[in-house]
Design a protein around this ligand. Structure first.
Ligand SMILES: CC(=O)N[C@H]1[C@@H](OP(=O)(O)OP(=O)(O)OC[C@H]2O[C@@H](n3ccc(=O)[nH]c3=O)[C@H](O)[C@@H]2O)O[C@H](CO)[C@@H](O)[C@@H]1O[C@H](C)C(=O)N[C@@H](C)C(=O)N[C@H](CCC(=O)O)C(=O)O
Ligand SMILES: Nc1ncnc2c1ncn2[C@@H]1O[C@H](COP(=O)(O)OP(=O)(O)OP(=O)(O)O)[C@@H](O)[C@H]1O
Ligand SMILES: N[C@H](CCC[C@H](N)C(=O)O)C(=O)O
Ligand SMILES: [Mg+2]
Length: 487
């Protein structure tokens, strides 16, 4: 039996109407999911305000309402708890409800604009290969040991997080690696969790639709490190100028990694090829299968984290050389006619630039680099012309197309991307709204040894148009088309 007052432990309460010594059933933040004796948390969202659904929750049988503003009508028999911040209250209550699972395993949060999925997934793989029980909360999937669940968010809501963490603890998981998105931090989805470490990958342009400006976006990320405990570690990339910003006010043990500057964990890239790269870490040379300078950073972050979590250096390096790239991250195939098709989740300017620079760095001759790219609808519109510019400057041919248009007009999105193309590069770009047709055109254009980059959707297996999701898989489509076209 769980009492309301037990899950309110550590919540900042402003006032209470009714008794908190009542036995509760579930905790919910969506009135539509409330049933008899549940607790409903009213949250001010980005689209609607949960306070408007308090009556609906009561009608559905809620026993207690947690809210920032008490409703005008108080129903007898329901307990109302007024809190300073519903998001925060829900996260703390969720942790209490599931008996604080984050304190029973080693939880590491990975944040930054790019690289979160890569770093957290590789850490999960590394720890499993080292014989540990591991868990993963990522954009691509959720893993509780070997059991896979579908992910809906990069960082799920606090109830979902704590639910999975409890399942992990019960399954004997010792280490959990989770992505911490800026939306997640801002909406306090990770509040009340006990992190034993935080990792910062990098910070560049994204989500300027949600955050007021870059400074706010940076400060939201920083607040994650501000809240780490003195027992935790904060491992940051100091080649990124915002790395030191993340460490400014943290109580955690400060640790750094870098390729270019002085740091606790350093690496050198000795050689780069299409099939991998040769790295030097701690005077040990190792061949890794992941390519690109950005992956050297990701691998160094993994090395540092694993070391800080107590694994032996040599074992870490041995396992690192066996790690495979994550689904939809520089996933490539070479066709019969020696055309290389690469699918990559680059959906930010920095990621697109890195991936194209990596491709250009390993080109051997005069191959064409044909980029197929778009930008998501209902997301940061400011990044569109910037990505258009990068695609045009770093490719020999570009086909602008749709990503997930969501509720927006796909042609308008493409026009905004095209606005960033310098006039002297107009000739090399075309636009084809239908993504499958765009990939087909790229496959038709490609000749022996050419490289096709299909960017933005990576592992996604759908395309969202007008609120509807259709089956769509960049990698499958490209491989089928290259076969059909006898390329
Ligand atoms: C913009 C955003 O982050 N939205 C998230 C937010 O929803 P919201 O604020 O829009 O909620 P709302 O619809 O306004 O509703 C407010 C409240 O009323 C409640 N409600 C609503 C209707 C009703 O009938 N009854 C009711 O009780 C809702 O349950 C909610 O508690 O809170 C919801 C619950 O946690 C999230 O599912 C939802 O994610 C949406 C689906 C989303 O697309 N989020 C993306 C942008 C996101 O979070 N992305 C980041 C990764 C980004 C990255 O790093 O690249 C992520 O971590 O996934
Ligand atoms: N360390 C890095 N620095 C810059 N770019 C990177 C880095 N790691 C990966 N990328 C690029 O960013 C893309 C997305 O990588 P990944 O999925 O690991 O990032 P993410 O932070 O999880 O993204 P999201 O915010 O969508 O969850 C990759 O496909 C690659 O192009
Ligand atoms: N986590 C990111 C993913 C973007 C992926 C891209 N394919 C798009 O749909 O914009 C977001 O939700 O903003
Ligand atoms: Mg991710």
């Amino acid at each position: 039996m769980i009492l309301l007052k037990d899950i309110l432990y550590k919540v900042t309460i402003e006032s209470v109407v009714g008794s908190t010594s009542v036995a509760i059933n579930n905790l919910e933040f969506d009135s539509r999911k409330v049933s008899l004796n549940d607790v409903f948390v009213a949250i001010k969202g980005t689209v609607s305000d949960g306070h408007q659904f308090i009556k609906k929750a009561a009608d559905n049988g809620a026993l207690a309402i947690i809210c920032e503003i008490l409703p005008n009508t108080i129903v007898n028999g329901i307990t109302y708890v007024q809190v300073a911040d519903s998001h925060e209250a829900m996260a703390i209550m969720a942790a209490n409800y599931y008996n604080n699972p984050s304190e029973e395993l080693k939880l590491v949060g990975i944040t930054g604009t790019n690289g979160k999925t890569t770093v957290s997934t590789l850490l999960y793989q590394l720890f499993k290969k080292a014989g540990m029980e591991a868990g993963l909360l990522s954009t691509v999937k959720i893993m509780v040991g070997n059991t896979e669940y579908k992910a809906t968010h990069t960082t799920p809501d606090s109830l979902t997080i704590n639910n999975y963490l409890r399942e992990m603890v019960d399954a004997g998981v010792e280490f959990c690696f989770m992505e911490v998105s800026s939306h997640g931090i801002h909406q306090k989805r990770t509040e009340g969790l006990n992190f034993c470490g935080g990792v910062f990958t990098n910070l560049s342009h994204d989500h300027l639709d949600y955050h007021k400006n870059f400074a706010e976006y940076r400060d939201v990320k920083k607040s994650f490190f501000d809240e780490l405990s003195g027992k935790a570690f904060a491992l940051v990339n100091v080649d990124d100028k915002n790395g030191v910003v993340m460490l400014q006010n943290t109580k955690a043990k400060k640790q750094t990694y870098a390729l270019k500057t002085y740091a606790d964990f350093k690496a050198q890239i000795l050689e780069s090829q299409f099939t991998g790269q040769l790295l030097k870490i701690k005077n040990q040379e190792l061949w890794v299968k992941l390519i690109g300078g950005f992956n050297a950073y990701n691998l160094l972050a993994i090395f540092g984290t694993a070391k800080l979590l107590g694994l032996k250096e040599l074992e870490i390096l041995q396992i690192m050389s066996t790690l495979e790239s994550v689904d939809g991250r520089f996933q490539y195939l070479i066709s019969e006619k020696q055309i290389t098709a690469i699918v990559d989740y680059a959906h930010t300017p920095d990621a697109l630039k890195n991936v194209l620079e990596t491709i250009n760095g390993i080109r051997t001759g005069n191959e064409e680099v044909i980029t197929v790219v778009g930008c998501g609808g209902d997301r940061d519109a400011q990044k569109r012309p910037v990505m258009g510019n990068i695609a045009a400057l770093l490719s020999t041919k570009v086909i602008f197309t749709s990503d997930n248009p969501r509720s927006e007009n796909p042609e308008k999105i493409i026009q905004q991307i095209e606005a960033g193309v310098p006039p002297e590069h107009y000739k090399k770009t075309i636009s084809i709204t239908n993504r499958k047709e765009a990939i087909k055109a790229a496959c038709q254009m490609a000749q022996e040894n050419d490289i096709i980059l299909i960017a933005g959707k990576g592992h996604e297996t759908y395309q969202e148009i007008n609120g509807e999701r259709f089956d769509f898989d960049d990698f499958k489509i490209a491989s089928q088309l290259l076969k059909i076209l006898n390329k």
